[in-house]
Each structure stands twice: as structure tokens, then as C-alpha cells.
Design a protein around this ligand. Structure first.
Ligand code: PLP
Length: 326
């Protein structure tokens, strides 16, 4: 077994749905565009981080941790889902935000507030400084005989998406879909590295399309190569072929940068809502879907080759992005 000897805690009872986007497919004159609904999970409104948390929290519990630490800005999906998984498992969770204390709660901060999550507001500091603050806190706990675990190791997190690749290949086979193109947003890398590695191991003739929402090509491939190598070492299996042969990277849909909305992504989010009643926030998914729609319209993606696009979640963020839409 691929994951034997690797600590994991189950957070998902069911596979996430693989659904055909009937209206989008017919409007784009495409034979079959499918969506992998990783926004539909029963814990904490779901999202891609839940798959990674199965392995992060598995490792934490194996190491005997009693307190789980995670960091991000207040709207972070990682923070909300870490808090949610910890609530379910009865683990103490402390979040570190590099922001001033908030007085208004909307989107993810509202959900964290509802869960009663402990939050440390570090003020406006950098990400390395925020990590230092977390490590200091972990040190204080260990002086009291407690044990903290910091969520976020990218290779451990990637294992969740190796598993998602397995799930996707299995579902596509059962539904008789000859999946050829898989779309995923390209950001910090664990999700992308895990999925690509998994598809290289289990998939047949497929190509992964990464739509960047954060980094340029060289930075992204640097992260991807390092993480795929890390996963190969951890699992002791090296897939055939090179990652460059198996994927294409697009930076045409990012606009001015991470979390800065573009007119195109706003249109894509409205179009998905109107065609399929599926909702996309603008940090990750709306830009990725804009890329898919554009590449299908231009014929870069052949109209007779089945496509699947991931929905990575993040839906609560939509409610704090309200002003982008009107
Ligand atoms: C974190 C996140 C991503 C990006 O995942 P990485 O593995 O960090 O690249 C994509 N979509 C949503 C909704 C996320 O919360």
C-alpha cells in the first residue's frame, strides 16, 4: 500500500462528487467538462486543506501533540479548516494572524469566531516573523510539558492530493470518462505537487493545466519540483516521466497578483453562478475557471477531449469579497 506507515486521520467519510457541467459544456461546444467538488466536504464547509489536514493532523497525533498551531491572514482557508478539524477531533487549536485585532467578523473569521478558536493577533508583521512567533509559542508550551504541532509542511500536505488523484482516477473509470485534461489553480504548491505526482503514478494519458494565481513560472516550477521530489522520497516510489511533460503553466489570468481581482475572473464567477449555480471566490477559483473557459474557447483544449476542473473550496471568502461584484 502506497500510504502504509504514513500517519493519517480520516476527516472525510465520502468521496467528493465528480459532476458534469452540462450547461458550461454545451455553451462552450465541448463534449464534456467535469468538476471535482472539493468544495463539498462535511467538515467546516470543506476545501482542499481538509485533504492535507488528514496527513498533518495524523502526524501531529502520532507525535503526541496536544495543541495545533496554524498561521495565515484572517481570511485564510487553512486557518478555518485547521480550526474545524481540531474542533471535530477535540484538539486544542491556536491560530496566528499577521494582522491587528479585528472587530468585524465576516467570511472565515466569522466561522472561526463561531468555533471559539483561540487567536493570536501578531499585528502587521511579515510571514517569517509570524513563523518565529509561532515557534516561540510552541517553545513556551513545551516548557510547560505540553506539545505543539505547526501545520503546513508542504510535502506532508501534498499527500492529501496524491490521495485525491487516486480518488479522481477511480471515479472517472467508474463513470467511463476518459479524462485527458485536469485544471487546477497554481499557488503555493502542496495541492499541485500531490495531484501531479498522483496522476503521474495512476493516470493514463492526461495533462495537467496549472493556472497561476500567485507565482511566476520559475518560482512555481522550483516549488513544484522540490515538493514532488519530497513526496517521491516519502512514499518511496518515483513516477516515470518528467513533470514538465505532464503539465502546462499559465500566468495570463493572474492580473496584478495574488488576491487582486480581475475583470475576467469576476465575469467567470458570475457565469459559473448563472450556468451551474456553483460559486467561486476570486483569490483562487475564479481565475482558474476563467483560464479554462478561455482555453476551451480558443481551441487550445480540444472540444472532444474530456476535461476536469477542481473546485478547491474557499467559498466563505466570497462573502468578504462582496464589493468586488457590484
Ligand atoms: C490554499 C488554497 C489553494 C492553494 O493550495 P496550495 O496547495 O497552497 O497551492 C487553492 N484554493 C483554495 C480555496 C485554498 O484555500
Amino acid at each position: 500500500m502506497l500510504f502504509s506507515g504514513i500517519a493519517r486521520i480520516r476527516l472525510m467519510e465520502e468521496m467528493t462528487p465528480l459532476e458534469r457541467l452540462n450547461n458550461v459544456s454545451s455553451k462552450l461546444n465541448h463534449s464534456g467538462i467535469w468538476i471535482k467538488r472539493d468544495d463539498m466536504m462535511s467538515i467546516g464547509l470543506g476545501g482542499n486543506k481538509i485533504r492535507s489536514l488528514e496527513f498533518w493532523l495524523g502526524e501531529a497525533v502520532q507525535q503526541g501533540a496536544d495543541t495545533i498551531l496554524a498561521a495565515g491572514m484572517p481570511p485564510s482557508n487553512l486557518c478555518r479548516l485547521t480550526a474545524a478539524a481540531c474542533a471535530k477531533l477535540g484538539l486544542r487549536c491556536v491560530l496566528f494572524h499577521n494582522a491587528e485585532p479585528q472587530t468585524e467578523f465576516q467570511g472565515n473569521p466569522l466561522l472561526n469566531h463561531l468555533m471559539g478558536t483561540e487567536i493570536v493577533y501578531c499585528g502587521k508583521i511579515s510571514e517569517p516573523e509570524r513563523l518565529e512567533r509561532m515557534k516561540e509559542y510552541a517553545g513556551e508550551l513545551s516548557a510547560q510539558g505540553r506539545k505543539a504541532y505547526i501545520v503546513g509542511d508542504p510535502v506532508v500536505g501534498a499527500l492529501g492530493y496524491v490521495n485525491s488523484a487516486l480518488e479522481l482516477v477511480h471515479q472517472a473509470e467508474r463513470k467511463n470518462i476518459d479524462l485527458r485534461h485536469i485544471f487546477l489553480c497554481a499557488s503555493a504548491g502542496p495541492t499541485e505537487a500531490g495531484l501531479l505526482y498522483g496522476l503521474m503514478l495512476f493516470g493514463k494519458s492526461f495533462h495537467v493545466h496549472f493556472v497561476s494565481v500567485e507565482y511566476d513560472r520559475d518560482t512555481f516550477f522550483g516549488l513544484l519540483e522540490e515538493m514532488v521530489e519530497g513526496v517521491a522520497q516519502k512514499l518511496g516510489v518515483r513516477p516515470a516521466g518528467t513533470i514538465q511533460q505532464c503539465c502546462t503553466f499559465y500566468d495570463d489570468y493572474m492580473g496584478e497578483g495574488y488576491a487582486v481581482p480581475t475583470a475576467g475572473c469576476i465575469d467567470a464567477a458570475k457565469w459559473m453562478a448563472r450556468q451551474e449555480a456553483i460559486f467561486l471566490e476570486t483569490t483562487y477559483n475564479a481565475k482558474t475557471y476563467e483560464g479554462l473557459f478561455d482555453l476551451v474557447r480558443k481551441g487550445v483544449i480540444p472540444s472532444d477531449e474530456a476535461v476536469c476542473i477542481y473546485h478547491t473550496g474557499g467559498t466563505p471568502v466570497l462573502f468578504s469579497q462582496n464589493r468586488q461584484f457590484y
